[in-house]
Design a binder for this molecule. Structure first.
Ligand SMILES: [Zn+2]
Ligand SMILES: [Zn+2]
Length: 535
């Protein structure tokens, strides 16, 4: 790293710690339970158990990649506390250690070395604290351009030197380097990892090590060495790519409760696009953001003195009890239906049960970064634009796998009261939004209506005829929005005897089918109120 580059980092750091209120001044915090001490030995590092002393420390955000070079385990922790030879560390860790020393910061936190990887209890406890570990770090180093720990932090950008002779015999020299490509996804392999989302959003400041340059991201600034990136912009190519920390910070610090619901849906949309190595981490890798959102929603509620029907706000497997109806309005984004994850990790009504990206209806056509879009929502919140909710939540609960209330769960259920309508599910020829599944109102009309299946409903016949003579599915009426669109969950009974159902899709009336909404309302007119449990 050149002196010029390092000086740049120091000046960003200085501006951030002295001028940015949201970022904090870089003070000391209690150290994480374990950190690497990078100054205890000349060259080597050691694993240090802190017992809560206060000091500045840095974090590393990285893609493990396929290399599992070195981790801390119950077997080697004793050795690691005595020392870890520098040459045993993968390139990215070595570069991070060197950078800490140059910054004169003694402690470095790296997940694979500071959490005991084969100790389930240690992992549950430390992963629950991860949000705080990143939030309190002096600076988070992000190996943004690296696919694995072997690639290192520092890149030397390719440069070309051209020598020649002009026609008049004068020699010339040209130096060139490739134009910096700020919106090329290939520059950000780290960003495609699910864990990185909260590490980046919760850290007060992040130094990204790119392939061509370094850039800086904190709560109030976004800077790069070449000056080509401007504050507030999204990163990566494509309209819906990674939102900056500035945007996140601005929205959570100013938005109303109604708008925070949209923000949450935007977060789920972005997060559900990202890749997880371990399927069971789906809720855990977002638990720090959920925790942050919980606190903000609580404080917003008090500030507005809004009394809600439910005295207690609960986090229900990625949804919120007080906005449950709009939180249920997710649907699969990609139209290739896939199967459910093999091992249970969330109830059928949660987006977290699915692999792959989801969308929400209330974000369609809206850009969460555009404040002009807040006003209709504010009007909705104040009651002049009202959506009709058709279900009543009688009870909702989850069973956390550990002390982390926002993390992994081992069970969940939702007890609802609403109108339930039997329908016949079929696999149809329709290509509306690429959906291949339809339903028919049972025993009434021959028109089949497409809906958004959550996954491949394998047991349905291909030619559009229902498998069963009787109804094999149900619509649960959810909501009528301000534009009079109707929304229903598509359900299936989990057993014939009980009142237990699972969600298999979402239905929304649409303009392509002229009578869709009228027909729907007609069918629901006499549907009785039913109590049911969703699993
Ligand atoms: Zn800052
Ligand atoms: Zn740049």
């Amino acid at each position: 790293m050149s002196q010029e580059t390092f000086d740049n980092v120091m000046s960003w750091m200085k501006e951030c710690t002295t001028e940015h209120l949201a970022c904090g001044s870089g003070e000391s915090y209690p150290l994480p339970r374990r950190v690497l001490d990078v100054m205890a030995r000349d060259e080597d590092v050691l694993l240090y158990e802190s017992e809560g002393q206060e000091a500045q420390y840095m974090c590393l955000s990285h893609c493990w990649g396929n290399s599992r070079a070195i981790t801390t385990t119950t077997e080697n922790i004793k050795d690691h506390k005595k020392g870890i030879p520098f040459e045993m560390l993968p390139s990215t860790f070595q570069d991070a250690v060197l950078f800490c020393r140059k910054m004169k910061i003694r402690y470095l936190w790296i997940d694979s070395l500071c959490i005991i990887q084969d100790d389930e209890e240690d992992w549950q406890r430390e992963s629950a604290l991860m949000a705080q570990i990143y939030r309190h770090s002096y600076l988070t180093l992000a190996a943004t351009a690296s696919h694995s720990d072997e690639e290192g932090l520092f890149y030397t950008s390719p440069q070309a030197h051209v020598f020649g002779m002009l026609q008049d015999g004068m020699p010339y020299q040209m130096h060139a380097r490739p134009a910096v490509r700020h919106f090329d996804d290939a520059q950000f392999p780290l960003f495609s990892r699910a864990w990185i989302f909260q590490e980046r959003m919760l850290a007060s400041r992040v130094l990204h090590f790119g392939r061509q340059e370094l850039w800086w991201e904190c709560m109030e600034a976004l800077n790069c060495e070449c000056g080509g990136v401007k504050s507030g912009e999204r990163l990566g190519s494509g309209r819906e790519k990674y939102e900056s920390k500035i945007t996140h910070q601005r929205i959570i610090s100013t938005a109303s409760l109604a708008y925070l619901t949209i923000r949450w849906h935007n977060i789920i949309e972005e997060y559900s696009e990202l890749n997880l190595t371990k399927s069971r981490d789906k809720l855990t890798a977002l638990s720090g953001i959920a925790d942050q959102m919980f606190r903000i929603r609580e404080s917003r509620q008090i500030r507005h003195r809004r009394v809600h029907h439910s005295s207690e706000r609960r986090y229900l497997a990625g949804l919120w009890s007080d906005t449950i109806v709009s939180d249920l309005l997710w649907f699969r984004k990609d139209h290739t239906t896939s199967s459910f994850p093999e091992k249970w990790r969330a109830p059928s009504w949660s987006w977290a049960a699915l692999d792959g990206p989801v969308k929400y209806w209330d974000t369609v056509g809206r850009n969460s970064t555009d404040p002009d879009h807040i006003s209709p929502l504010e009007r909705r919140a104040s009651g002049t634009l009202v959506a009709d909710h058709h279900i009543q939540v009688l009870a909702g609960s989850t069973r956390p796998a550990s002390g982390n209330l926002f993390g992994e769960i081992v069970g969940a259920n939702l007890r609802l009261k609403g109108q339930l309508l039997p329908v016949q599910l079929t696999r149809g020829a329709s290509r509306y939004h690429g959906n291949r599944f339809e339903f028919r109102y049972f025993d009434w009309t021959r028109n089949a209506v497409p809906f958004f299946a959550d996954y491949e409903l394998g047991t349905l016949e291909l030619d559009g005829t229902p498998v069963l003579e009787e109804s094999n599915g149900y619509l649960l009426r959810l909501m009528t929005d301000e534009q009079a669109h109707e929304y229903a969950m598509v359900l299936r009974k989990t057993s014939q005897e009980s009142d237990m159902y699972e969600r298999i899709g979402l239905f929304r009336t649409n303009n392509l089918y002229q009578n869709s909404a009228n027909e729907y309302r007609e069918h629901f007119k006499d549907a009785p109120q039913t109590e049911l449990t969703l699993v």
